[in-house]
Write a protein that binds this ligand. Sequence first.
Ligand code: TYD
Length: 135
Amino acid sequence: MEIKKYTFLPHGDERGQLVVVEENKDIPFDVKRVYYIYDTLADVTRGFHAHKCLEQVLICVHGSCKIHLDNGFETEEVLLDKPYEGLYISNDMWREMYDFSSDAVLLVLASQYYDEADYIRNYDEFLKFVRSKNS
Ligand code: TYD
């Protein structure tokens, strides 16, 4: 599976680091929504869904976590532990987030407003969705 990761160039100087992400320049969509996840307990796995349309970029701006990706054919585990690295996740990707360090802050840039109707939360429904598109 091809993993699409972005490395954002930090503007570092003697004061520290600053990372910029601009819509349609550094990432391939308009950012309609930003949310972040923190204080996640060590044994927690979140996500367990795909989307009909939504695209996202995940940035672990502090600490680390792992992302399980599943395109219906293959799976991959991705470590996010750099505040200047973004993981692109297309709509048709089942995702689970786990192994959060206690200090992890996972920032998510999303291409659409929150819409529960865009979620595919049933794994069998997800398989039907991706396999119908790829057959
Ligand atoms: P949930 O979908 O369980 O998060 P995750 O996929 O990371 O496990 O979302 C947790 C709660 O937050 C749920 O009640 C829906 C709400 N929520 C919003 O209201 N807006 C949002 O943009 C998101 C991502 C979640």
